[in-house]
Design a protein around this ligand. Sequence first.
Ligand code: PEP
Ligand code: MG
Length: 547
Amino acid sequence: MKKYTGKGVYGAIAIGKVSLFQRQDIQVKRLHIENEEAEIERFEEAKEKAVSQLKEIYEKALVEVGETNAQIFEVHMMMLEDDDYNDAIREIISNQNMNAEYAVATTADNFATMFAAMDDSYMQARAADVKDISNRVIACLNKEEERLTQSDEKMIVCADDLAPSETVSLDKDMVLAFVTAHGSSNSHTAILARNMNIPAVIGLGDVFLKEIEAGSLAIVDGFTGDVIVNPEEEILKEYEKKQKEDVEKKELLLKLKGKENVTLDGTKINVYANIGSADNIGAVLLNDAGGIGLFRSEFLYLENMDYPTEEQQFLVYKKVLESMATKKVVIRTLDIGADKQVDYFKLDKEENPALGLRAIRICLTRPEVFKTQLRALYRASIYGNLAIMFPMITSVSEVEQILGICESVKKELKTEGFEYSDNIELGIMIETPAAAIISDKLAPLVDFFSVGTNDLTQYTLACDRQNPNTERFCDTHHEAILRLIEISAKNAHANGAWIGICGELAADTTLTETFLRMGIDELSVSPTFVLKLRDTIRNIDLGKVEI
Ligand code: PEP
Ligand code: MG
């Protein structure tokens, strides 16, 4: 038995077998083989297995993310059957007497280089696909290191770190818990784990990664950050009990469904949910959120191999709005850059990406991308109660430009005969100190503010949210942050705007009373936190004088 301690980012307990997350760039050995025919047969078998895995994934994606998004797996199947690709692999095996893994990896490199050099951006994007399908074949060849998608058992996924795009691409139904050697609690991977209701522990260190073995039994305690590998019988029993109690406690919270978010003295507040995909709607409804306070639309871009089209986006927004009926849905426009990198945007590598071209800065630099999203949003607006929110604002002129672009999009749509709602609220995120400080100037321009405490904390305290070394200097309750929120709340209300908080701090129940006293109108949290927050609110008495 061995115990490691990291940082728990979603409180729940998982018990199960460990699966090591396999990166795209698998280390492949170059080996001479004696029997080329047998090696070609090995390759053919692995390829067949890869195709049947892709078929399964395609079927699942069809149901979960719709046909447009599922198509990529059809393309992958076709690529695996491509004659040139197959001939190149067979030739390396038979003419150079090399092992199948090496032949597949070399062919993947050659094809990827060829695709990357093409002028057509669609073909360039196929470089990543050929690597992906080849890695799948290599994983099938190396049966001991099967990809996670092959397992029919739910596993605890262990990785050095997981990029948001990697997290989204995991088969969520097969993940019991996330455990990473690195990473920080405000990273998007941690946020995704919370959104997905999956126990997660991060920052377990390199030793953990070195020692952990695939298939070992482990306990993940997302409350304490403990990960226990090969637990003794007694410890296992103790944790099984703890897990049962936790499930029961969460079930008890379900009794609060249908109840109001109201304090003992009668103050009401909206409790909404944060989502990253239309797939999360089930959790939003299940946990009885009053609306969606933050739909991180960038995950639509992260999941795609190319710019999602207006039609593709329209269908997703429409689905979310229709599912929420009359409840408010705040969709945040594209917020990529920094830790959320999307290859096909071809953004320059930056020294300080968090301070670089990200979020609204990309939208204002590439108005065609921004306009496509806005057109999709406005068209979808007639299907529900839409509010649009813009991230990473630092100045009045940015907001003026945004409002100008919105007006021109509306005009365009009208001329083309498209309908859109007249009641769309427009708001901005307060996630830079600049925005909070000039919130008196920004508030008259918008209908609402939503405080992004994750970025507001990183920018106010100069603590990179991706860097685990700065976590100890990153006091999320720092007075500077609370003052910035308070200033923003005052300025919002003085100008007839409402204010919410959608960063992770909204779920910190030790601050709920403070936020209520500031007059915060809405708190938006991961769906699984909605009822816990409701419980906290219902036990607060604002009538009592604070000591
Ligand atoms: C935030 O910064 O608090 C926020 C909600 O946005 P994100 O975490 O997606 O950057
Ligand atoms: Mg942010």
